[in-house]
Write a protein that binds this ligand. Structure first.
Ligand code: AHR
Length: 505
């Protein structure tokens, strides 16, 4: 009798594909491991759609609810004013009394009127309130080296120069000490359709006049980098630009649901086919970062130059009945799983990736916050940044994962990914993601001694569950009880489609 019950459940398991899934993780040590720069957890705010106006900034005021939410996830830096907008932005339009600021057209994003009421002062005030560092992208496409140099002097000089005095007159006596400085954006595309050779020459010219001012930190000059797998761009930049002139080189990679431009696929109405293909595309980040990093290693084996993935995220079709040029999309559990998997890639590559910026923070593409009038929704992706902030400035614990496959329509991806770090208080943090929407996976990790465990989980009933205005959030972290340690082995029963954050002390 007993025998027949066992074999019946085995047959049932085979029929449903519900065989026990196992993954193993080996943790390395921190001896030669890099620090996970907190700046990997950066955000991005462009003058695009409802990001700034009717997003961060409403009725002439910075929204305090947004500021508080971003403080909570410890946003380390905010990139601004674009994006494509950066290469048509003239900083003088956005300083001084608002009544005398000119109205321009935002030609890239819907030809809407830009009244410049949010400019330099307002952006830096926003950063100060959030407690994050500003990352400003200067204009190469339609600006001059002099315009860029003057902006930096206006911001950072503590002298009695006319530009420093102008800043004081405009309400900011102390220099802003801006350090992250982008020299153009997507210069291969909206930033001027340049070849890498032409851009490398321009970078050197512009960067030559971008000064570090006494009392301000070294200006971190960042070259506009490649589009996804354009490895030639990185090769040419590294070959032609002296590493002493370039603090960092950027890289942009967006997850497109079908892998093809233009972005398509609804952010919330999709089945497992679009879920799977989005995951396939998102996981390409590992290969893309590895290959760009390998090229950088050839020219810069000491890894002086940072790789900044300063635009990343899932770019889906805009929501129906919204201005398509505003790139407003909802955000579901799928996007949270993509965010966690991507941040795991960046953590694991933190020897080279020292800055990353999700595109974009509020109301645009892969947002952490959505607003409607004065309401605000924290998206599933917001909670990933909340769960993973523990890795900021911690020592990386390199890991090796053996994962079962997640198979759909005969194609496979690895179901489990993760990253781990050791913080200054001696706590180990492991972030695990199970991309398989149908199967729980048991993950085992050899750990020393018998630590105490705290764990949280982010999951939801459906892959496309999302948080909506006027409703209780469907996707929100909760305490997780499925992790235990016995005889030096941590066992995590990782539910289907989930992110689990484990803390060991
Ligand atoms: O994030 C939206 C746009 O995507 C940015 O403006 C541009 O840099 C990229 O193409």
């Amino acid at each position: 009798m007993r025998k027949s019950i066992l074999s019946a459940s085995f047959v049932l398991a085979l029929m449903t594909g519900a065989t026990a899934q196992q993954a193993t993780i080996q943790l390395g040590d921190t001896l030669h491991a890099p620090v996970v720069s907190r700046h990997i957890y950066g955000q991005f705010a462009e003058h695009l759609g409802r990001s700034i106006y009717d997003g961060f900034y409403r009725n002439g005021q910075i929204r305090t609810d947004i500021v508080e939410a971003l403080k909570e996830i410890k946003v380390p830096n905010l990139r601004w004013p674009g994006g494509c907008f950066a290469d048509e932005y003239h900083w003088r339009d956005g300083i001084g009394p608002k009544t005398s600021r000119p109205v321009r057209l935002n030609t890239t994003w819907g030809m809407v009127e830009e009244n410049n009421s949010f400019g330099t002062f307002e952006f830096l005030d926003l950063c100060e309130r959030i407690g994050c560092e500003p990352y400003i992208a200067g204009n190469v496409g339609t600006g001059t080296p002099q315009e860029m140099a003057n902006w930096i002097e206006y911001l950072n000089s503590d002298s009695h120069s006319a530009l420093a005095e102008e800043r004081r007159k405009n309400g900011h006596p102390a220099p802003y000490k801006v350090s992250f400085w982008g020299v153009g954006n997507e210069s291969w595309g909206c930033g001027g359709e340049m070849t890498p050779e032409y851009y490398a020459g321009l970078f050197k010219q512009y960067a030559n006049f971008c000064e570090t001012y006494p009392g301000s930190p070294r200006l971190k000059k960042i070259a506009s980098g490649a589009n996804s797998d354009d490895y030639n761009w990185t090769e040419v930049a590294m070959k032609n630009i002296n590493t002493s002139q370039m603090w960092g080189l950027s890289l942009h990679y967006y997850t497109l649901v079908t892998g093809k431009w233009p972005p398509s696929g609804s952010a919330t109405k999709f089945g497992e086919d679009e879920y799977f293909s989005a995951m396939q595309q998102a996981l390409k980040m590992e290969e893309i970062v590895s290959k760009h990093a390998a090229i950088m290693d050839k020219y810069d084996p000491q890894k002086k130059v940072a790789l900044l993935v300063d635009e990343w995220g899932i770019w889906a079709a805009p929501e129906p009945n919204t201005n398509p040029a505003f790139l407003y999309q909802q955000n579901s559990l799928r996007d949270a799983l993509i965010a966690a998997s991507t941040l795991n890639v960046f953590n694991n590559h933190s020897d080279r990736v020292r800055v990353a910026n999700l595109a974009q923070t509020v109301n645009v593409i892969h947002s952490v916050i959505l607003t409607k009038d004065d309401q605000m929704v924290l998206t599933p992706t917001y909670y990933v940044f909340d769960l993973m902030k523990v890795h900021q400035d911690a020592k990386l614990l390199p890991l090796t994962i053996t994962s079962p496959d997640y198979t759909f329509n005969g194609q496979t991806i690895k179901a489990v990914n993760g990253s781990a770090s050791l913080d200054s208080l001696g706590k180990t943090h492991i972030t695990l993601v199970n991309l398989d929407p149908n199967k729980e996976i048991t993950v085992t990790v050899a750990v020393s001694a018998s630590p105490t465990i705290l764990a949280s989980i982010l999951t939801a009933p459906k892959i496309n569950s999302f948080n909506d205005f006027g409703k209780a959030p469907e996707v929100k972290p909760t305490v997780f009880k499925g992790a235990s340690v016995k005889k030096g082995v941590l066992t995590v029963k990782l539910p289907a489609k989930s992110v689990v954050a484990v803390e060991l002390k």
